[in-house]
Design a protein around this ligand. Structure first.
Ligand code: ADP
Ligand code: MG
Length: 223
């Protein structure tokens, strides 16, 4: 039983506090604080060059934190003098340009980040992730055999298959034409809802942000 007066405190899936980031003399991010609750989809909306990708790179561990802290599930993974490498952060990443491995089948692309060595468990994870994006039939294909929209759905399945604590999406639909963009957007939102994965998505498209987000964070000039 909870002691009288106890409150249930939810630990954010992602929390950035007082983060400032410079590239040489260019200040990309300025004293920024932002959090994503478990299961929440937050969109970071702002014009090109305002620092959105830098935020994702800091969260993923692709940049070292210069000032402030980055925490995932309550653990500080980035702070001055502390840098947990990307592969130890349990974060899924999807970029604009799909970035599938061209020499691997769709099945092996999706299986890439799954650590389990039990072959049956592995295979059922892969097929479930592919099923969630409607591409179970494509498991033996190679990336070049699929359309851009299908490749992006595979990239999403690959990011979700290891069951990450946090998903980071950087303008994931901007490489697609209008018709495909809406279709992939729908599939993506459904897969995020089904998996309940906390997500930080970057976009410069306000309509897209309103469609996808539980909450929108507006960004301008690093703030
Ligand atoms: P966004 O994703 O919103 O377009 P970025 O985070 O990519 O913004 O960039 C923010 C600012 O930092 C921009 O002024 C950009 O030119 C600069 N910048 C980004 N990456 C680098 C880098 N590797 N070296 C120098 N400047 C960079
Ligand atoms: Mg960017």
């Amino acid at each position: 039983p909870q002691p009288t007066g106890a409150r249930i405190v939810t630990v954010p899936a992602l929390s950035l506090a007082g983060v400032t980031h410079d590239y040489g003399k260019v200040r990309a991010v300025s004293d920024l604080s932002l959090s994503v609750a478990p299961g929440e989809v937050v969109c970071l909306l702002g014009p090109s060059g305002c620092g959105k990708s830098t935020i994702l790179r800091l969260a993923a561990g692709l940049e070292e934190v210069q000032a402030g802290t980055v925490a995932i599930d309550g653990d500080v993974v980035g702070a001055p003098g502390r840098h947990v490498p990307p592969e130890s952060r349990h974060v899924g990443l999807v970029f604009q340009d799909f970035a599938l491995f061209p020499h691997l089948t769709i099945c092996n692309n999706v299986g890439f980040g799954i650590r389990s060595t039990d072959q049956d468990a592995r295979r059922s994870r892969i097929m479930a992730a592919l099923g969630d994006v409607g591409l179970a039939h494509a498991e033996q294909s190679f990336p070049h055999m699929l359309s851009g929209g299908e490749q992006q759905r595979v990239a999403l399945a690959r990011a979700l298959a290891p069951k990450p604590k946090l998903l980071l999406l950087d303008e994931p639909f901007s490489g697609l034409d209008t018709r495909l963009r809406e279709q992939v957007r729908d599939v993506t939102l459904e897969a995020l809802r089904k998996s309940g994965t906390a997500t930080l998505m970057v976009t410069h498209d306000a309509e897209e942000a309103m469609f996808m987000a539980d909450r929108i964070a507006m960004m301008r000039e690093g703030r």
